[in-house]
Design a protein around this ligand. Structure first.
Ligand SMILES: [Zn+2]
Length: 69
């Protein structure tokens, strides 16, 4: 039984990795001195202050991309 749980976890990990790898990468954004999401100042070459801002921005961009006509 324990083996099945282990396999399920491995499968979930694999699916996550595939999802991350297959995630559409947005174009490289030029450095503009502040976070693209919250507008806080960031040091080059970063364009987001942290992963949370990047994720929020990309989620928002993905949503906008979906409703674009
Ligand atoms: Zn930010």
């Amino acid at each position: 039984m324990a083996d099945n749980v282990d396999d399920a976890n491995k499968l979930a990990d694999l699916q996550l990795q595939v999802a991350m790898a297959g995630r559409e990468r947005p174009v490289i954004r030029p450095f503009m001195g502040c976070c693209y999401w919250c507008r806080d100042p960031v040091a080059a070459p970063k364009v987001f202050c942290d992963a949370d801002c990047r994720d929020d921005f990309e989620r928002d961009a993905a949503l906008k991309g979906r409703v674009k006509r």
